[in-house]
Design a protein around this ligand. Sequence first.
Ligand SMILES: [Zn+2]
Length: 164
Amino acid sequence: MAVLPIVKYPHPMLTTPAKEVMEITDDILELLDDMYETMVANDGIGIAAPQVNQSLRIALVEIDEETGLFEMINPQIIKTAGKTIDVEGCLSFPEIFGTVERADTIVLNYFDRNGDAYEVEAEDYLARVFQHELEHLEGKLFTDKIIQSILPEDLETYMEENIK
Ligand SMILES: [Zn+2]
């Protein structure tokens, strides 16, 4: 396993729609492992393949131990409901944080590393992270949706004031 360099804005890979994975090869399995190591090494809770300079529809999400790791190949959101606003950051924009409106609940499907199909319903922050990572696969970035920017040094205060 290896920690890969993170592609930072304005690298063109970040705004290029990613290609569908046609076959789960050894290279894809290695990429999944490397993406996980890269996400953890950067204290991330999600990572998409374009962020490690791979134009492939692959995304990983792990918000905590309880929900565990989602390794998603060719993921798709098939249902959304509700609206919610909360703060987001991105490994490709290390200094930028801001509030973004997202669907509150989503249903998505994807294939895992064994090629098995899954359908998952997610809500709250997990749903938010899925939406953020899947947008990377469309070449879309959260910075285009920021309602209120939050400086890195104000992040802790914002979190404390907005805990539900
Ligand atoms: Zn991101």
